[in-house]
Design a protein around this ligand. Structure first.
Ligand SMILES: *Cc1c(COP(=O)(O)O)cnc(C)c1O
Length: 463
Protein backbone atom coordinates (compact mmCIF):
# COMPACT_ATOMS: atom_id res chain seq x y z
CA UNK A 1 0.00 0.00 0.00
CA UNK A 2 1.54 3.23 -1.05
CA UNK A 3 -0.84 5.76 0.39
CA UNK A 4 0.16 8.98 1.99
CA UNK A 5 -1.71 11.55 4.00
CA UNK A 6 -2.18 15.10 2.85
CA UNK A 7 -4.19 17.90 4.38
CA UNK A 8 -7.74 17.76 3.09
CA UNK A 9 -9.44 20.42 5.19
CA UNK A 10 -9.87 20.79 8.93
CA UNK A 11 -12.96 18.61 9.23
CA UNK A 12 -10.89 15.59 8.23
CA UNK A 13 -8.30 16.22 10.92
CA UNK A 14 -9.16 13.12 12.96
CA UNK A 15 -8.77 10.62 10.16
CA UNK A 16 -5.82 12.38 8.61
CA UNK A 17 -3.59 11.08 11.36
CA UNK A 18 -4.40 7.53 10.24
CA UNK A 19 -2.96 8.33 6.83
CA UNK A 20 -5.27 5.96 4.99
CA UNK A 21 -5.96 8.02 1.93
CA UNK A 22 -4.33 10.33 -0.54
CA UNK A 23 -4.97 14.00 -1.12
CA UNK A 24 -8.04 14.96 -3.10
CA UNK A 25 -7.17 15.16 -6.79
CA UNK A 26 -6.64 18.65 -8.17
CA UNK A 27 -9.68 18.26 -10.41
CA UNK A 28 -12.47 15.90 -9.37
CA UNK A 29 -13.92 16.02 -12.89
CA UNK A 30 -10.73 14.76 -14.53
CA UNK A 31 -10.62 11.10 -15.59
CA UNK A 32 -7.14 9.60 -15.33
CA UNK A 33 -6.58 7.61 -18.56
CA UNK A 34 -4.47 5.15 -16.56
CA UNK A 35 -7.52 3.80 -14.74
CA UNK A 36 -10.31 4.34 -17.28
CA UNK A 37 -10.95 2.41 -20.50
CA UNK A 38 -9.60 4.04 -23.67
CA UNK A 39 -12.81 5.52 -25.05
CA UNK A 40 -14.05 6.96 -21.74
CA UNK A 41 -14.30 10.76 -21.85
CA UNK A 42 -16.24 13.52 -20.16
CA UNK A 43 -18.34 15.35 -22.75
CA UNK A 44 -18.82 19.10 -22.89
CA UNK A 45 -22.06 18.85 -20.93
CA UNK A 46 -20.13 17.15 -18.10
CA UNK A 47 -21.59 13.69 -18.69
CA UNK A 48 -19.15 10.81 -19.11
CA UNK A 49 -19.39 8.51 -22.12
CA UNK A 50 -17.84 5.24 -23.23
CA UNK A 51 -17.68 4.03 -26.82
CA UNK A 52 -19.55 7.19 -27.80
CA UNK A 53 -22.59 6.58 -25.53
CA UNK A 54 -23.17 8.65 -22.41
CA UNK A 55 -23.77 7.00 -19.04
CA UNK A 56 -27.22 8.55 -18.56
CA UNK A 57 -28.39 6.83 -21.74
CA UNK A 58 -26.69 3.58 -20.71
CA UNK A 59 -28.26 3.67 -17.23
CA UNK A 60 -31.66 4.37 -18.73
CA UNK A 61 -31.40 1.47 -21.14
CA UNK A 62 -29.60 -1.16 -19.06
CA UNK A 63 -30.21 -0.11 -15.45
CA UNK A 64 -27.74 -0.01 -12.58
CA UNK A 65 -25.62 -1.50 -11.26
CA UNK A 66 -24.07 -2.67 -14.50
CA UNK A 67 -20.62 -3.31 -15.92
CA UNK A 68 -19.83 -1.48 -19.16
CA UNK A 69 -16.99 -2.95 -21.18
CA UNK A 70 -15.12 -1.04 -23.88
CA UNK A 71 -14.83 -3.64 -26.64
CA UNK A 72 -12.31 -1.67 -28.69
CA UNK A 73 -10.12 -1.33 -25.60
CA UNK A 74 -10.35 -5.06 -24.87
CA UNK A 75 -9.38 -5.92 -28.41
CA UNK A 76 -6.52 -3.45 -28.49
CA UNK A 77 -5.07 -4.71 -25.19
CA UNK A 78 -5.39 -8.33 -26.37
CA UNK A 79 -3.69 -7.35 -29.64
CA UNK A 80 -0.86 -5.51 -27.95
CA UNK A 81 -0.04 -8.58 -25.84
CA UNK A 82 -0.18 -10.70 -28.97
CA UNK A 83 2.12 -8.39 -30.96
CA UNK A 84 4.49 -7.80 -28.04
CA UNK A 85 5.19 -11.53 -27.75
CA UNK A 86 5.27 -12.18 -31.50
CA UNK A 87 5.20 -15.55 -33.21
CA UNK A 88 7.70 -17.30 -30.97
CA UNK A 89 5.44 -17.09 -27.95
CA UNK A 90 1.82 -17.72 -26.99
CA UNK A 91 -0.52 -15.51 -25.02
CA UNK A 92 -3.18 -17.34 -23.03
CA UNK A 93 -5.90 -15.08 -21.65
CA UNK A 94 -6.81 -16.27 -18.12
CA UNK A 95 -10.54 -16.88 -18.43
CA UNK A 96 -11.18 -16.74 -14.70
CA UNK A 97 -10.69 -12.94 -14.78
CA UNK A 98 -13.85 -12.64 -16.89
CA UNK A 99 -15.26 -15.10 -19.37
CA UNK A 100 -18.24 -14.89 -21.68
CA UNK A 101 -18.86 -16.13 -25.19
CA UNK A 102 -18.39 -12.69 -26.71
CA UNK A 103 -15.00 -12.41 -24.99
CA UNK A 104 -14.02 -15.85 -26.29
CA UNK A 105 -14.85 -14.73 -29.83
CA UNK A 106 -12.84 -11.50 -29.45
CA UNK A 107 -9.85 -13.51 -28.20
CA UNK A 108 -10.16 -15.98 -31.04
CA UNK A 109 -10.31 -13.17 -33.59
CA UNK A 110 -7.32 -11.40 -32.04
CA UNK A 111 -5.21 -14.58 -32.13
CA UNK A 112 -5.00 -15.29 -28.41
CA UNK A 113 -5.26 -18.61 -26.62
CA UNK A 114 -7.30 -19.29 -23.51
CA UNK A 115 -6.76 -20.66 -20.00
CA UNK A 116 -9.67 -22.36 -18.29
CA UNK A 117 -9.78 -23.90 -14.83
CA UNK A 118 -13.13 -25.65 -14.60
CA UNK A 119 -15.56 -27.67 -16.68
CA UNK A 120 -17.83 -24.61 -16.83
CA UNK A 121 -15.12 -22.40 -18.28
CA UNK A 122 -14.17 -25.13 -20.76
CA UNK A 123 -17.79 -25.47 -21.90
CA UNK A 124 -18.09 -21.70 -22.35
CA UNK A 125 -14.88 -21.59 -24.39
CA UNK A 126 -15.82 -24.51 -26.64
CA UNK A 127 -19.38 -23.31 -27.13
CA UNK A 128 -18.09 -19.98 -28.46
CA UNK A 129 -15.85 -21.70 -30.97
CA UNK A 130 -12.40 -21.47 -29.39
CA UNK A 131 -10.42 -24.30 -31.03
CA UNK A 132 -9.67 -26.88 -28.34
CA UNK A 133 -5.97 -26.98 -29.19
CA UNK A 134 -5.73 -23.32 -28.16
CA UNK A 135 -7.12 -24.04 -24.69
CA UNK A 136 -5.07 -24.87 -21.59
CA UNK A 137 -6.73 -26.57 -18.66
CA UNK A 138 -5.65 -25.61 -15.12
CA UNK A 139 -6.63 -26.38 -11.56
CA UNK A 140 -5.37 -28.06 -8.40
CA UNK A 141 -8.29 -30.46 -8.09
CA UNK A 142 -9.71 -31.23 -11.51
CA UNK A 143 -12.43 -33.86 -11.34
CA UNK A 144 -12.29 -37.07 -13.33
CA UNK A 145 -15.18 -35.76 -15.45
CA UNK A 146 -13.37 -32.48 -16.11
CA UNK A 147 -10.18 -34.28 -17.13
CA UNK A 148 -12.08 -36.67 -19.40
CA UNK A 149 -13.92 -33.80 -21.04
CA UNK A 150 -10.68 -31.87 -21.55
CA UNK A 151 -8.89 -34.87 -23.06
CA UNK A 152 -11.84 -35.88 -25.23
CA UNK A 153 -12.31 -32.40 -26.60
CA UNK A 154 -8.60 -32.25 -27.45
CA UNK A 155 -7.35 -29.35 -25.31
CA UNK A 156 -3.88 -28.17 -26.25
CA UNK A 157 -2.50 -28.79 -22.81
CA UNK A 158 -3.44 -29.85 -19.33
CA UNK A 159 -1.34 -28.29 -16.61
CA UNK A 160 -0.61 -31.03 -14.08
CA UNK A 161 -0.70 -29.85 -10.50
CA UNK A 162 0.06 -32.89 -8.30
CA UNK A 163 1.58 -36.37 -8.31
CA UNK A 164 -1.88 -37.92 -8.17
CA UNK A 165 -2.99 -35.92 -11.16
CA UNK A 166 -0.04 -37.13 -13.25
CA UNK A 167 -1.31 -40.67 -12.90
CA UNK A 168 -4.97 -39.72 -13.23
CA UNK A 169 -4.57 -37.79 -16.48
CA UNK A 170 -2.28 -40.46 -17.96
CA UNK A 171 -4.82 -43.13 -17.11
CA UNK A 172 -7.79 -41.23 -18.54
CA UNK A 173 -5.89 -40.30 -21.71
CA UNK A 174 -4.82 -43.89 -22.24
CA UNK A 175 -8.31 -45.25 -21.69
CA UNK A 176 -9.54 -42.81 -24.36
CA UNK A 177 -6.77 -43.95 -26.68
CA UNK A 178 -5.06 -40.55 -26.58
CA UNK A 179 -1.72 -39.07 -25.68
CA UNK A 180 -2.34 -35.79 -23.84
CA UNK A 181 0.04 -32.84 -24.08
CA UNK A 182 0.83 -31.67 -20.55
CA UNK A 183 2.89 -29.12 -18.68
CA UNK A 184 3.92 -29.61 -15.07
CA UNK A 185 3.19 -26.74 -12.74
CA UNK A 186 6.03 -26.09 -10.35
CA UNK A 187 6.25 -23.76 -7.37
CA UNK A 188 9.52 -21.93 -7.68
CA UNK A 189 9.63 -20.52 -4.16
CA UNK A 190 8.73 -17.00 -5.28
CA UNK A 191 5.62 -15.20 -4.24
CA UNK A 192 4.91 -11.85 -5.79
CA UNK A 193 2.25 -9.33 -4.90
CA UNK A 194 2.19 -5.76 -6.17
CA UNK A 195 5.52 -4.10 -5.54
CA UNK A 196 7.13 -6.85 -3.53
CA UNK A 197 8.20 -10.39 -4.00
CA UNK A 198 9.44 -12.90 -1.49
CA UNK A 199 11.72 -15.79 -2.34
CA UNK A 200 11.20 -18.58 0.13
CA UNK A 201 12.97 -21.87 0.60
CA UNK A 202 9.87 -23.99 0.39
CA UNK A 203 6.29 -23.41 -0.59
CA UNK A 204 3.31 -23.41 1.72
CA UNK A 205 0.39 -23.28 -0.72
CA UNK A 206 -1.99 -25.56 -2.56
CA UNK A 207 -0.78 -25.05 -6.15
CA UNK A 208 1.92 -26.88 -8.04
CA UNK A 209 4.79 -29.18 -7.18
CA UNK A 210 7.77 -27.71 -5.35
CA UNK A 211 11.11 -27.38 -7.10
CA UNK A 212 12.66 -27.74 -3.68
CA UNK A 213 13.80 -31.22 -2.55
CA UNK A 214 13.80 -32.43 -6.15
CA UNK A 215 10.01 -32.93 -6.15
CA UNK A 216 9.44 -31.26 -9.51
CA UNK A 217 12.26 -33.32 -11.04
CA UNK A 218 10.58 -36.44 -9.68
CA UNK A 219 7.26 -35.32 -11.21
CA UNK A 220 8.91 -34.94 -14.62
CA UNK A 221 10.54 -38.38 -14.20
CA UNK A 222 7.17 -40.01 -13.48
CA UNK A 223 5.30 -38.15 -16.22
CA UNK A 224 7.93 -39.00 -18.87
CA UNK A 225 7.48 -42.67 -18.05
CA UNK A 226 3.74 -42.70 -18.78
CA UNK A 227 2.46 -43.50 -22.30
CA UNK A 228 -0.70 -41.41 -21.94
CA UNK A 229 1.30 -38.19 -21.51
CA UNK A 230 3.42 -36.05 -23.78
CA UNK A 231 5.36 -33.75 -21.45
CA UNK A 232 5.84 -30.49 -23.33
CA UNK A 233 6.98 -28.11 -20.65
CA UNK A 234 7.12 -26.53 -17.23
CA UNK A 235 4.62 -24.02 -15.86
CA UNK A 236 5.07 -21.39 -13.16
CA UNK A 237 2.66 -18.72 -11.91
CA UNK A 238 3.97 -16.56 -9.10
CA UNK A 239 1.17 -14.25 -7.98
CA UNK A 240 -1.05 -11.38 -8.97
CA UNK A 241 -1.13 -7.61 -9.47
CA UNK A 242 2.69 -7.63 -9.89
CA UNK A 243 4.60 -4.54 -11.03
CA UNK A 244 8.15 -5.65 -10.42
CA UNK A 245 9.85 -8.03 -12.90
CA UNK A 246 12.32 -9.33 -10.28
CA UNK A 247 10.01 -12.16 -9.22
CA UNK A 248 9.68 -13.35 -12.84
CA UNK A 249 13.44 -13.22 -13.17
CA UNK A 250 13.95 -15.57 -10.22
CA UNK A 251 11.14 -17.82 -11.43
CA UNK A 252 12.52 -18.03 -14.98
CA UNK A 253 16.01 -18.80 -13.68
CA UNK A 254 14.71 -21.66 -11.52
CA UNK A 255 12.49 -23.10 -14.27
CA UNK A 256 15.38 -23.05 -16.75
CA UNK A 257 17.56 -24.80 -14.16
CA UNK A 258 14.94 -27.56 -14.03
CA UNK A 259 14.93 -27.81 -17.86
CA UNK A 260 18.70 -28.24 -17.75
CA UNK A 261 18.43 -30.93 -15.07
CA UNK A 262 15.80 -32.76 -17.16
CA UNK A 263 18.10 -32.60 -20.21
CA UNK A 264 21.01 -33.96 -18.18
CA UNK A 265 19.00 -36.80 -16.70
CA UNK A 266 16.75 -37.82 -19.61
CA UNK A 267 18.43 -36.37 -22.68
CA UNK A 268 15.18 -34.50 -23.40
CA UNK A 269 14.90 -30.75 -23.97
CA UNK A 270 11.34 -29.80 -23.03
CA UNK A 271 10.15 -27.35 -25.70
CA UNK A 272 7.91 -25.00 -23.68
CA UNK A 273 7.89 -22.86 -20.57
CA UNK A 274 4.93 -20.92 -19.26
CA UNK A 275 5.62 -18.03 -16.91
CA UNK A 276 2.02 -17.49 -15.87
CA UNK A 277 0.11 -14.26 -15.44
CA UNK A 278 -0.21 -11.76 -12.65
CA UNK A 279 0.81 -8.52 -14.34
CA UNK A 280 -0.54 -5.51 -12.51
CA UNK A 281 -2.92 -2.78 -13.68
CA UNK A 282 -3.71 0.71 -12.37
CA UNK A 283 -6.66 0.71 -9.98
CA UNK A 284 -5.74 4.20 -8.77
CA UNK A 285 -3.53 6.95 -10.17
CA UNK A 286 -0.72 5.77 -7.89
CA UNK A 287 -0.23 2.48 -9.78
CA UNK A 288 2.22 2.43 -12.69
CA UNK A 289 1.85 -0.75 -14.71
CA UNK A 290 4.26 -1.72 -17.47
CA UNK A 291 3.34 -1.98 -21.12
CA UNK A 292 3.10 -5.46 -22.69
CA UNK A 293 6.09 -4.78 -24.98
CA UNK A 294 8.30 -3.94 -21.96
CA UNK A 295 7.16 -7.11 -20.20
CA UNK A 296 7.73 -9.22 -23.31
CA UNK A 297 11.21 -7.79 -23.78
CA UNK A 298 12.16 -8.38 -20.14
CA UNK A 299 10.85 -11.97 -20.10
CA UNK A 300 12.43 -12.87 -23.44
CA UNK A 301 15.78 -11.49 -22.33
CA UNK A 302 15.74 -13.35 -19.03
CA UNK A 303 14.82 -16.69 -20.62
CA UNK A 304 17.28 -16.32 -23.52
CA UNK A 305 20.13 -15.39 -21.18
CA UNK A 306 19.44 -18.25 -18.76
CA UNK A 307 19.13 -20.77 -21.61
CA UNK A 308 22.38 -19.63 -23.21
CA UNK A 309 24.13 -20.05 -19.87
CA UNK A 310 22.68 -23.55 -19.51
CA UNK A 311 23.41 -24.38 -23.19
CA UNK A 312 19.74 -25.10 -23.86
CA UNK A 313 17.72 -24.23 -26.93
CA UNK A 314 15.41 -21.38 -25.97
CA UNK A 315 11.98 -22.91 -25.33
CA UNK A 316 8.72 -21.46 -26.63
CA UNK A 317 7.46 -19.04 -23.98
CA UNK A 318 3.86 -18.55 -22.98
CA UNK A 319 2.27 -16.05 -20.64
CA UNK A 320 -1.21 -15.89 -19.14
CA UNK A 321 -2.43 -12.35 -18.51
CA UNK A 322 -6.01 -12.06 -17.27
CA UNK A 323 -6.38 -8.86 -15.30
CA UNK A 324 -3.92 -6.95 -17.53
CA UNK A 325 -6.17 -7.49 -20.55
CA UNK A 326 -9.71 -7.21 -19.21
CA UNK A 327 -9.29 -5.27 -15.95
CA UNK A 328 -8.98 -1.74 -17.31
CA UNK A 329 -11.60 -2.22 -20.03
CA UNK A 330 -14.71 -1.98 -17.83
CA UNK A 331 -16.26 0.18 -15.14
CA UNK A 332 -19.21 -0.46 -12.83
CA UNK A 333 -21.97 2.11 -12.99
CA UNK A 334 -23.97 2.66 -9.79
CA UNK A 335 -26.76 4.97 -8.75
CA UNK A 336 -26.18 6.88 -5.53
CA UNK A 337 -28.72 6.09 -2.83
CA UNK A 338 -28.50 7.22 0.78
CA UNK A 339 -25.73 9.59 1.81
CA UNK A 340 -24.71 9.62 5.46
CA UNK A 341 -22.22 12.26 6.65
CA UNK A 342 -20.44 11.20 9.85
CA UNK A 343 -19.14 14.35 11.43
CA UNK A 344 -15.36 14.55 11.68
CA UNK A 345 -15.00 11.14 10.00
CA UNK A 346 -16.23 10.71 6.46
CA UNK A 347 -19.38 10.49 4.39
CA UNK A 348 -20.85 7.07 3.63
CA UNK A 349 -22.24 6.94 0.11
CA UNK A 350 -24.46 3.90 -0.49
CA UNK A 351 -24.88 2.49 -3.98
CA UNK A 352 -27.33 0.00 -5.46
CA UNK A 353 -24.77 -2.84 -5.63
CA UNK A 354 -21.81 -3.69 -3.41
CA UNK A 355 -19.89 -6.79 -2.37
CA UNK A 356 -22.14 -8.94 -4.60
CA UNK A 357 -20.70 -7.25 -7.72
CA UNK A 358 -17.25 -6.40 -6.36
CA UNK A 359 -15.92 -8.62 -3.58
CA UNK A 360 -12.30 -7.60 -4.04
CA UNK A 361 -12.30 -4.74 -1.55
CA UNK A 362 -13.75 -6.94 1.19
CA UNK A 363 -11.65 -9.95 0.19
CA UNK A 364 -8.23 -8.44 -0.46
CA UNK A 365 -8.48 -4.89 0.81
CA UNK A 366 -8.23 -3.90 -2.85
CA UNK A 367 -8.09 -0.22 -3.74
CA UNK A 368 -10.37 1.41 -6.29
CA UNK A 369 -11.13 4.90 -7.54
CA UNK A 370 -14.53 6.44 -8.16
CA UNK A 371 -15.95 9.41 -10.05
CA UNK A 372 -19.22 11.26 -10.40
CA UNK A 373 -20.10 10.58 -14.04
CA UNK A 374 -23.65 11.81 -14.68
CA UNK A 375 -22.56 15.46 -14.40
CA UNK A 376 -19.55 17.61 -13.69
CA UNK A 377 -19.33 19.47 -10.40
CA UNK A 378 -17.31 22.38 -9.05
CA UNK A 379 -18.17 21.58 -5.43
CA UNK A 380 -15.45 21.02 -2.82
CA UNK A 381 -14.01 17.51 -2.46
CA UNK A 382 -15.67 15.39 0.21
CA UNK A 383 -13.99 12.35 1.77
CA UNK A 384 -16.24 9.37 1.13
CA UNK A 385 -16.48 5.65 1.59
CA UNK A 386 -18.56 4.00 -1.12
CA UNK A 387 -20.54 1.13 0.36
CA UNK A 388 -23.06 -1.35 -0.95
CA UNK A 389 -26.55 -2.33 0.12
CA UNK A 390 -25.69 -5.66 1.73
CA UNK A 391 -26.12 -6.67 5.36
CA UNK A 392 -22.41 -6.52 6.25
CA UNK A 393 -20.42 -3.60 7.57
CA UNK A 394 -17.51 -4.91 5.47
CA UNK A 395 -19.57 -4.31 2.33
CA UNK A 396 -17.23 -1.65 1.01
CA UNK A 397 -16.65 -0.90 -2.68
CA UNK A 398 -14.18 1.98 -2.39
CA UNK A 399 -12.60 2.45 1.03
CA UNK A 400 -11.33 6.02 0.72
CA UNK A 401 -12.01 8.42 -2.09
CA UNK A 402 -13.15 11.95 -2.81
CA UNK A 403 -16.38 12.93 -4.49
CA UNK A 404 -17.88 16.41 -4.86
CA UNK A 405 -19.68 17.64 -1.73
CA UNK A 406 -22.88 18.34 -3.67
CA UNK A 407 -23.33 14.62 -4.44
CA UNK A 408 -27.00 13.70 -4.24
CA UNK A 409 -29.20 10.61 -4.41
CA UNK A 410 -29.86 9.76 -8.05
CA UNK A 411 -26.40 10.80 -9.24
CA UNK A 412 -24.49 8.16 -11.18
CA UNK A 413 -21.01 7.24 -10.01
CA UNK A 414 -18.62 4.81 -11.67
CA UNK A 415 -15.80 2.65 -10.36
CA UNK A 416 -13.16 2.06 -13.06
CA UNK A 417 -10.95 -1.02 -13.63
CA UNK A 418 -13.63 -3.54 -12.65
CA UNK A 419 -13.28 -5.73 -15.75
CA UNK A 420 -11.34 -8.46 -13.93
CA UNK A 421 -12.48 -10.55 -10.95
CA UNK A 422 -15.69 -8.58 -10.36
CA UNK A 423 -18.42 -10.15 -12.50
CA UNK A 424 -16.52 -13.44 -12.41
CA UNK A 425 -16.59 -13.42 -8.59
CA UNK A 426 -20.07 -11.91 -8.27
CA UNK A 427 -22.50 -13.57 -5.88
CA UNK A 428 -26.19 -13.66 -5.07
CA UNK A 429 -25.65 -12.59 -1.46
CA UNK A 430 -28.92 -11.22 -0.03
CA UNK A 431 -30.44 -12.61 -3.24
CA UNK A 432 -28.95 -9.77 -5.19
CA UNK A 433 -29.42 -10.09 -8.94
CA UNK A 434 -26.02 -10.19 -10.59
CA UNK A 435 -25.53 -7.20 -12.91
CA UNK A 436 -25.24 -7.43 -16.68
CA UNK A 437 -22.09 -6.92 -18.69
CA UNK A 438 -22.70 -4.56 -21.58
CA UNK A 439 -20.17 -4.25 -24.39
CA UNK A 440 -19.97 -0.76 -25.84
CA UNK A 441 -18.32 -0.10 -29.17
CA UNK A 442 -18.53 2.74 -31.65
CA UNK A 443 -21.89 4.11 -30.59
CA UNK A 444 -23.46 0.71 -30.03
CA UNK A 445 -24.18 -1.06 -26.76
CA UNK A 446 -24.92 -4.76 -26.54
CA UNK A 447 -25.62 -6.98 -23.52
CA UNK A 448 -23.11 -9.84 -23.49
CA UNK A 449 -24.15 -11.24 -20.09
CA UNK A 450 -27.69 -10.32 -19.12
CA UNK A 451 -28.85 -9.17 -15.72
CA UNK A 452 -30.12 -11.93 -13.47
CA UNK A 453 -33.83 -11.88 -12.78
CA UNK A 454 -35.92 -12.98 -9.83
CA UNK A 455 -37.10 -15.84 -12.05
CA UNK A 456 -33.46 -16.95 -12.32
CA UNK A 457 -33.28 -17.06 -8.51
CA UNK A 458 -36.52 -18.98 -8.16
CA UNK A 459 -35.61 -21.42 -10.93
CA UNK A 460 -32.85 -22.90 -8.77
CA UNK A 461 -35.03 -22.99 -5.66
CA UNK A 462 -37.13 -26.07 -6.25
CA UNK A 463 -38.20 -26.66 -2.61
C1 LIG B 1 -5.00 -16.40 -12.04
C2 LIG B 1 -4.03 -16.98 -12.98
C3 LIG B 1 -3.59 -16.24 -14.06
C4 LIG B 1 -4.03 -14.83 -14.34
O1 LIG B 1 -3.69 -13.93 -13.34
P1 LIG B 1 -3.88 -12.36 -13.60
O2 LIG B 1 -3.47 -11.76 -12.29
O3 LIG B 1 -5.33 -12.14 -13.89
O4 LIG B 1 -3.02 -12.00 -14.74
C5 LIG B 1 -2.71 -16.84 -14.95
N1 LIG B 1 -2.29 -18.11 -14.76
C6 LIG B 1 -2.70 -18.86 -13.72
C7 LIG B 1 -2.21 -20.24 -13.59
C8 LIG B 1 -3.59 -18.32 -12.79
O5 LIG B 1 -3.98 -19.07 -11.76
Amino acid sequence: MSRSAHPAGPRHADVLTEGHYTAPPADLNALDPKVWAHTVTRNEDGVVSVGGIDVATLAEEFGTPAYFMDEADFRSRARSWRTAFGHDADVFYAGKAFLSRAVVRWLHEEGLNLDVCSGGELTTALSAGMPADRIAFHGNNKSTEEIAKAVESGVGRIVLDSFQEIVRVAHIAQSLGKRQRVQIRVTVGVEAHTHEFIATAHEDQKFGIALADGQAAEAVRRALALDGLEVVGIHSHIGSQIFDMAGFEVAARRVVALLAAVRDEHGVELPEIDLGGGLGIAYTSEDDPREPHEIAKALNEIVTRECEAAKLRTPRISVEPGRAIVGPTAFTLYEVGTIKPLDGLRTYVSVDGGMSDNIRTALYDAEYSVALVSRASDAEPMLVRVVGKHCESGDIVVRDAFLPADLAPGDLIAVPATGAYCRSMASNYNHALRPPVVAVNDGEARVIVRRETEEDLLRLDIG
